[in-house]
Design a protein around this ligand. Structure first.
Ligand code: AMP
Ligand code: MG
Length: 340
């Protein structure tokens, strides 16, 4: 299959490109498109054969459920059997945006979408291209991140092409995504909201709107968010996460691996860095956490593409977006050093 990459204005998407994408979705095909978080791989959520293609193309385990994307907040009622008052409070405040709600599913949702669960995850994205595409297709769009399963999520069309080129017909290229980490997933099926995955809407923002949020459901967690048990966000290179505030620790880790003859990449936060040997590939990310989140997956992929053996990355404080960033870093890492 030939993959077409069609450029599209992220703020004012051209009707023609949207119509192409929507026609493919209606025909049961897959379309990759930008959202404000990462690029998504969309299929008509109401057609089991279309949804199955997502799992094939990504190599995704069948019991890892998909998020259903809508362009009109009223459509939530068609997908969820019960919508608690807290859901309306949250959607009023955060939709469109990077917040996914888990609710009891309606009979309209095929089991392929939910991995057989009785719940469904729903989000209304804020990106004009995503909204226009969903609206024009006229169906709810099931869309996980548009990467091969287990790899860092794609934040550019080039990342999608690299992972899925030849496997999907169309990528809408709206440029780099704004947030860079995925949506926050919040389970509203119990008495207290449960944070299943930290993401673009911060825990602090959620708490300000709904009060207490449980972080770790003690029982049934695996069953409730199956996706969280799989390897995720992993570069090919062995990734070492460096924790703690001791200056120079990351550099020592780099030097130790170099001494062992490894080709090393370092993801660094725009702080002072002692001169490193020229054989270290350094990706400098902004110091502010939003800039760091925006650039993280691209940095992991760039170091991978440069063929490093080891990626050394420094942790961040788990406040605000930092909670989502650290969640991704912990999953990306095969080793953690330092810390308290
Ligand atoms: P992805 O779209 O690949 O970034 O991942 C979607 C995330 O949402 C995964 O962590 C899923 O496990 C989670 N998810 C999707 N549907 C449900 C659901 N019905 N219940 C709990 N978690 C869900
Ligand atoms: Mg994903």
């Amino acid at each position: 299959m030939k993959t077409r990459v069609v450029p599209i204005n992220p703020r004012r998407p051209a009707a023609r490109a949207i119509a192409q994408g929507a026609a493919l979705l209606r025909a049961g095909e897959l379309v990759a498109f930008p959202t404000e978080t990462v690029y998504g791989l969309g299929a008509d959520a109401l057609r089991p054969e279309a949804v199955q293609k997502i799992f094939q193309v990504k190599g995704r385990p069948l019991d890892n459920p998909l998020i259903v994307h809508i362009a009109d907040r009223d459509h939530l009622r068609q997908l969820a059997r019960k919508v608690p008052p807290a859901a309306f409070t949250l959607t009023d405040r955060f939709w469109p945006g990077p917040l996914t709600l888990v609710l009891p599913r309606s009979a309209a949702i095929p089991p392929e979408v939910t991995g057989g669960l009785e719940t469904v995850a729903v989000r209304m994205p804020a990106h004009p291209v995503a909204l226009a595409l969903i609206r024009e297709s006229g169906v709810p769009v099931a869309a996980p991140s548009a990467n091969r399963s287990g790899r860092p999520s794609p934040t550019t069309a080039a990342h999608v092409l690299r992972d899925l080129g030849g496997r999907i017909p169309l990528i809408l290229d709206g440029g780099p995504t704004e947030i860079g980490v995925e949506s926050t997933v919040l389970d509203l099926t119990g008495p207290t909201p449960v944070l299943l995955r930290p993401g673009g809407v911060t825990l602090e923002e959620l708490q300000a709107v709904v009060g207490p949020v449980d972080l770790k459901p003690v029982e049934g967690f695996r069953r409730r968010s199956p996706g969280t048990r799989y390897r995720h966000y992993r570069p090919r290179a062995r990734t070492v996460l460096v924790l703690g505030s001791r200056p120079g620790l990351a550099q020592e880790v780099v030097e130790a691996h170099q001494a062992a003859g490894k080709k090393v990449g370092l993801i660094h936060r725009g702080r002072h860095l002692r001169a490193t040997s020229s054989s270290v590939l350094v990706k400098v990310l902004p110091k502010d956490i939003a800039g760091y989140a925006r650039g993280l997956f691209a940095a992991l992929r760039a170091l991978d593409d440069a063929g490093v053996d080891i990626i050394v990355v420094e942790g961040v404080s788990e406040q605000g977006l930092g909670l989502a960033v650290m969640d991704r870093l912990r999953r990306a890492a095969s080793e953690v050093v330092g810390g308290t």
